[in-house]
Every structure is written in C-alpha cells, then in structure tokens.
Design a protein around this ligand. Structure first.
Ligand SMILES: [Zn+2]
Length: 595
C-alpha cells in the first residue's frame, strides 16, 4: 500500500501553485480570496471558541467581533460555490483549533452540516478537504465526528489502521530539524534530517508540511528538491509568482555535447588577419552564456576563448539599446538611435564593414536564424531610419555588396527585384543550391520561415549547416572574408522570459562557435569574435547542477537591459578585444586587425 501511495508524490518538475499553503491566511488584508484567487492548494485558519462562536484570530487578544469563521471563510466559500455552477477548484482548508478542541469541532460540525456535501471528499473527490489541526480531539473520538473531517498527523502519534484514511498529512516544526534561514544552502546534515522526515511521511502514505520554515525563493527551491508536499508561506504573491514562473525559469536536465578543443597556436599572436568570423548572440548576456554552460554540464566552446572584454551597449538615445542601434554600432562604428539601421542619428547613411571591405576585395557573408531583414543582419547592409521597413531593407540587401546571405525572407522577393538584381545577385531557396565554386555574382539564400523556427520547435541543425556552407564558400575568396553569423533567437527567449528557450538557442549557437574555432585553427589567419548586441530579460541564475545539466533562473524584465555584454576573441589579434569599451570600438578593432 505504502509503495503504491509513494508513486503519487510529485516530481520536482511538477510543482505547481496547488502545492502552496497559505500560513495564517486570515492575517492577510483579504482573507481567503487572495490565496484562493492565486490558486493556493491549502489555506490555514486559526479558530477560537468564544461564547458559542468560532472566532478567527492568532491570539485571544486579537479576537474582534465579526471576524468569525462564518464571515471570513464559510460565507465566501459558499458564495464562490454559488457563483460557479461547474464547482470550485478543490483545496485544503486547514483549521487550527486554538482552544477547547473537541467542543470547537462540534460547533464547526453543526455550522457545516447544511453544506456538508461541499466538503464530503468521500463521495466527491472535488470537495473542499477540511483538515483539523492544533488542539485536535484524541483519535479515540474521531469516529464520532462527521467523515468530512480529516486530521493533521504528528510523527509522535500512531493511528489505528481503521483511522489512517483520516490523516492525509503530517505536520512538523521545521525548527526540530534545522535552524536554516532560507538563504544559501541548507547544511548537509540538516538536509539529511529533513529528507528523512519527508521519506518517513511518504512511507506512511502521507503528505508533509513544515511550520515555522524559511520563506524565501531559495527555501522553496530546496523544499521542492527534497519533496516537501506543502510549501508554507506568509508571502502569498512571492510564492505564487515563484511557482507560476518556475516551468519557464527551469531547465531540469539537459544532455551534454563534446567541445572542440582549440590548439591556441595562433591565439593572440601579432600575425595579420585575413578572415574575420563575427558571431553575434542576440540578447546574449553573461547569464545566458552561463545557463548554457551549466546545462551543457559545465562546458561551453565559448568559454575556451581566452581574450575577453566588455562592451558598453547603450544607444545614442537610450540607456538600453535595441538590436538596430546595437548592431549598427558594431557594423559602422557609430552610435545611433534605437530603431535606426546603418544610419546616424540624423538619418545619414554610414559605411558598414562589408561596404568598406568590398573596396579591398574582401568578401562578406551574413548568416542568421531569423529573417535576413532582421535588425542585426540589416545593420550590416541597409540604411533605413526604421527597422520595420522590411521592404526597403530587403531592397538594400539586393543592392548591397554582401556576397552571400543566408536567412528567411522569401516573401519579400518579387519579380521586379529578381529582374533588377539579375546581373549582380542570384536567389536560392536552400543551402544545397549554394555553388561549390565562388561565384562572380552575389548570392542570397532565402530559406523557408519554418527552417528558422525556434530550436524548441524542432529547428534542427540549420545554423551549423549554414555556417559550414558559408565558410566553405567564402574561404575561396583570395583576399579573405568577413562572416557575420547571428544566433538570432537567444533574444526571443529573453523577451519571452523562457529559460529553456534561451538554453536551446544558446547551445545551438555555441556549437557554431566550436566550428568557428576549429576553422580558425585550421586556417591560422582567421580571427573569431563572439559578442552580443545587448542582454535581454535581465536574467539571473540562482540554482544549477553541472552533473544533471540543471539550471534555474529568474527574469527582471521582458525587455532589453543595459548591462554590458561580453566580447570573446580567438586567433591572431585577439588581444585587441581585452578591456572595457564602447560597442563602437568592436568595429574599429575588427578593421584594424585586418591591416
Ligand atoms: Zn530583442
């Protein structure tokens, strides 16, 4: 029996708000409704028997007329039931008897009698479950009470087999096991004691609740890991938010991939650079990188790059940049306003890296995992004061010196553009159509939108394949090449405050970083720079496990943030990227590395 029951206890991944217990619920400004509205699975109320009335209060001194069990709980519950034909969400009402337990319970029984069907769990699994705690009558008299009453168990009590069903949970004081304050780590010896208590309760087929336990995000996370069934709190919104957001904030486990091992032969050497591979993770801050590192079991190709700097990302008109101003700073060396693409704050066109390099015979390529007219790639070829002007941006691409572009955007191509571009540009639909030999004409591969769907929706190996194709093609350029590849959707996961989304995009991007490092080692004249245009989401990480690839975080905003982003460099001239500088300095250092 115990074994069967054990399987009903939840896995750490499955904890929802139905595991939340509102401790001393009546002390909140709005008793019952706040916890019930948030979806709490358990609500606790303290009851005193005074002059044949059930008074709700924490101490006798706090008893106030009108604050009766009927006013604060029974009437609101009946009202909710009356308003919801389909029935209300079942929950546990933990009633803590503060004095004269048996008499109090008799009065409660008579008050509930007309409505007992709503509390009758034996005949209705969706009924509200009443569990009596505090000054409970002795088990010997339990059978004289209505079957709607269950009782809160204690470890130092034993219950006859016939009464086991009346004890759905065991409550205990957390202080018996630990003096932990809920910050940092629960000490191992105390954790073991808590774990033993949980196991003991579960072996008896009962849930467990600790009272007077820490009430922090760290404690919720710890109790979930240990398997505590009821998470008690006085901070209803804090626990509710923690549990509601937990699925989006948690990667419970992840498989690892092997890294490329760089040789470091050319790393930070003063040798001249022939090729540049610039890898931009959109919205990729240090926390996004470290989330990927943790999920990949404590390893990332990116973190093998030894030349590290910090880029200050603010735009000309805002403390936090968007991708337009952020990528324009990198592509042109000038700060501009948010939404501006390849133009200065007055709207004048700025020369982009590909436009400068084409005059030296150096070919440029762009690879993205979104539309090729997205703000980041667009800033390397277009000149428009508004990032959403896709059509104009796409026309700029057709006229641009970009030798090879790979991304979505087929819907923007029309016959007149094909006609107008036919002497200078070829349009293809798939990576496979890219010619083996370097073409005199520029090439744009416009893949299906579905090809660049999020990694979590099954994108597959698109980005790595596009990298291989692009490098295989561009490396034939006698005077060298510049390739900008964007991990475009790390940013989308940040905007959506979805850590699993970010981790999948981050790891997809990191595998391309491994390929870039391998190419640099083989080629010996290639500089690899990895950076971001900005951070997205205000992500922070507060728990993780390298062995499992587990990581848990939280987000501060659905928007971009101002925190500087990392710049990593590998290969000849990589030392140029050390230090703290404006994002515009990346442009300058990239061009100077080619001198
Ligand atoms: Zn964004």
């Amino acid at each position: 029996m115990a074994c069967l029951l054990l399987t009903t206890f939840v896995k750490a991944q499955d904890y929802g708000i139905n595991h939340a217990h509102a401790h001393n619920d009546y002390l909140h400004e709005v008793p019952f409704y706040q916890a019930f509205g948030l979806g709490f699975g358990s609500i606790e109320v303290d009851v005193f028997l005074v002059n044949h009335e059930l008074m709700v209060a924490h101490t006798p001194e706090e008893i106030t007329p009108n604050r009766t069990f009927q006013q604060l709980y029974l009437n609101p519950i009946l009202k909710e039931i009356a308003l919801n034909k389909a029935g209300i969400r079942p929950f546990q009402l933990l009633i803590d008897l503060k004095n004269q337990g048996e008499e109090t319970l008799r009065l409660l029984q008579s008050q509930l009698l007309p409505y007992r069907a709503y509390f009758d769990r034996k005949n209705n699994p969706n009924a509200i479950q009443i569990v009596i705690s505090g000054d409970r009558p002795t088990p010997s008299v339990w059978s004289s009470f209505d079957d709607i009453f269950y009782f809160d168990g204690r470890f130092d009590e034993t219950y006859p087999q016939a009464l086991q069903w009346r004890v759905p949970l065991i409550s205990d004081s957390f202080g018996r096991y630990s003096r932990w304050n809920g910050l940092g780590k629960l000490p191992a010896n105390e954790s073991a004691k808590v774990q033993n208590a949980i196991t003991k309760a579960h072996q008896q087929g009962k849930k467990i609740r600790f009272w007077a336990s820490p009430d922090t995000r760290t404690s919720y996370q710890t109790f979930i890991q240990l398997g505590v069934d009821w998470l008690g709190t006085d901070q209803l919104t804090q626990l509710s938010e923690y549990l509601q957001k937990r699925p989006a904030n948690l990667v419970a486990t992840h498989a690892a991939y092997a890294l490329y091992q760089p040789s470091y032969q050319t790393d930070a050497s003063p040798k001249k650079v022939k090729n540049i591979i610039l890898l931009i993770g959109d919205g990729m801050g240090l926390a996004q990188q470290y989330a990927g590192f943790t999920a990949n079991h404590g390893q990332l190709n990116l973190f093998q790059m030894r030349n590290i700097g910090l880029s200050k990302t603010n735009s000309a008109d805002n403390y936090h940049t968007d991708s337009a101003a952020g990528a324009t700073a990198i592509a042109t060396g000038q700060k501009t306003n948010n939404r501006y693409i390849g133009v200065n704050t007055k709207g004048d066109s700025l020369a982009t890296i590909p436009e400068i390099l084409v005059t030296k015979g150096i070919k440029s390529g762009l690879v993205v995992s979104e539309s090729i007219t997205g703000a980041t790639p667009a800033s390397f070829y277009a000149h428009q004061p508004e990032r959403s002007w896709d059509r104009f941006i796409f026309e700029d691409l057709c006229k641009s010196p970009i030798s090879l572009s790979i991304g979505a955007g087929r819907s923007l191509l029309n016959d007149s553009l094909v006609q107008a571009s036919k002497n200078s540009r070829l349009f293809f639909n798939t990576l496979q159509e890219i010619p083996a030999k370097l073409s005199a004409k520029n090439i744009s591969v416009l893949v299906e939108e579905a090809e660049v769907r999020p990694k979590l929706k099954g994108r597959g190996n698109y980005l790595a394949e596009a990298f291989d194709k692009a490098v295989g093609y561009l490396k034939q350029s006698p005077k060298g090449f510049f390739l900008m590849l964007e991990g475009s959707q790390i940013d989308h996961g940040g905007h959506g405050n979805q850590l699993p989304f970010i981790v999948e995009e981050m790891l997809d991007f990191d595998q391309v970083i491994g390929k870039a490092l391998a190419f640099a080692d083989e080629d010996k004249e290639t500089l690899v720079v990895v950076t971001a245009d900005h951070e997205t989401g205000g992500l922070t990480l507060h728990d993780g496990d390298f062995a499992q690839g587990k990581v848990e975080g939280a987000f501060a905003t659905p928007d971009h943030t101002a925190t500087p982003v990392m710049v990593f460099a590998y290969g000849p001239q990589a030392q140029r990227f050390a230090g703290f500088y404006e994002n515009t300095a990346i442009f300058k250092q990239l061009l100077e590395s080619l001198r």
